[in-house]
Design a protein around this ligand. Sequence first.
Ligand SMILES: C[S@@+](CC[C@H](N)C(=O)[O-])C[C@H]1O[C@@H](n2cnc3c(N)ncnc32)[C@H](O)[C@@H]1O
Ligand SMILES: [Zn+2]
Length: 461
Amino acid sequence: MPRLIEENGVKVDTQGCVSTPKKNEIMYNPDMVTNRSIIICALAAYKEMGWCINPDLRCLDALGATGIAGLAWARMFPKAQVTVNDPYTAASERIRENTSLNNLEAEVCNMDVSVLLHQRPFDFVFLDCYGSSVQYLDAVFRNVPKNGVVAITSTDDAALYGKASDVTLRNYGGHIIKTFFAKELAARLILASVVRSAAKCNKGIEVLCCVALKSFITVIIRVIRGPSAANECVRKIRQLLHCCMCEDRVFYPLSAYPIENPYSLLSCDCRRQSSGKLAVILGPVWCDEIFHPAFCEAMVRIAHTLHLPPRVTSLLQMIVSESRCEGLRGEDLHLKDKENKLSGDEELEGERDKEDDYTSGGEGGGGRGGTAAIPSSEDMFDMPLPKKMKVEPQMRTPSFYFNLHRHSPKGHDLGKMSKIVEHVQRAGFKASRTHFDSEAIRTNATLAQFNQLLLEFNRVT
Ligand SMILES: C[S@@+](CC[C@H](N)C(=O)[O-])C[C@H]1O[C@@H](n2cnc3c(N)ncnc32)[C@H](O)[C@@H]1O
Ligand SMILES: [Zn+2]
């Protein structure tokens, strides 16, 4: 690595820096550039939304290392008051040097981040943790003002992905096992801890964006002050019932009473096929929205305007599409049919007629939290629904996704992802791809319905 590197228009001296610090080393990890770019977009989107209630936008890069993140904000938003902190003296000295090197204005602190956060408020806080964020969370919410935005990056994979259950329990107060929807589950586990810390300060949160790539998970939230916001949010921390046989899952309802037959919450019938302990209780995790579509759209617009690398813009674009997770409306179906007729795609014609029949009829239905007007899947596939299927609260973006390797019939061609998304939408469900897993589909169809749709898709293609 050259000594002087440039990122997002800022030059940084990286002499002696390491990407995995042990002790007394300054950290610089070039792989985290995507994350730092996302944080720039989040800060710009926060400005654009006009949420900040203070005339000065006070921004804190709380765990600064070389200062590369906070200094990019100082360059791009000269009117913002940027503070970059690191408790390690060599790091804070390096931040000072890098500030001068770029002729930028930024306050540099050399404090324990929790002490700094207890001393004064910041409107925008970025906690870029090497490992877990949990030890800072209570301090974050002590002084954060109404509408303040907090971005938290975590890299404690072992705890988040169920490889160190003691650490998961200690740090996050929950239980996680390996699943095919691990990344979103990890983001929701972090959010549950964030909510608990905020609630202790009589604050609630609104989740703006979650991003999980190979090397990090970042959650971005907005603060809503007041005990009722706090109450509302803590009620959205729930356990997740997970079938270990087929990976169907469902959030436990909020109830003070024990659930009589928890298996009836699931859409699968694994329980009927075999007895024993088939399901586990995971979490508790955050069970509400994890994207704010307008905020995510602002982020992608800004990424284009700032000419950020294509991997950043395409990642954000994907997040926007999954945050919308749309179904097809009547006129879209009509258009699609026209397009398909024009493209001479004859072989699917018979099936489409059949699909048109069931997409044009009926009210309500649509599976877990579905809003589209469709008949039940019984009509669609001659498949009985499980006896007691509980409907999850209405979600703008359905929670979780199904990995096609895990769920599709053998030998399925993943090249057809967009066609499968369309097929699921045609059946009246919301569906999209997800940035969490390039081989998965987010949908409000239950696993039972999704499996039927995949079988059907395979028959007609
Ligand atoms: C992941 S690095 C930050 C990387 C940096 N944001 C970047 O983009 O290159 C985490 C930093 O947190 C600092 N740190 C560790 N414990 C801290 C604490 N209690 N308060 C503030 N900073 C801390 C370390 O010195 C380290 O520089
Ligand atoms: Zn099952």
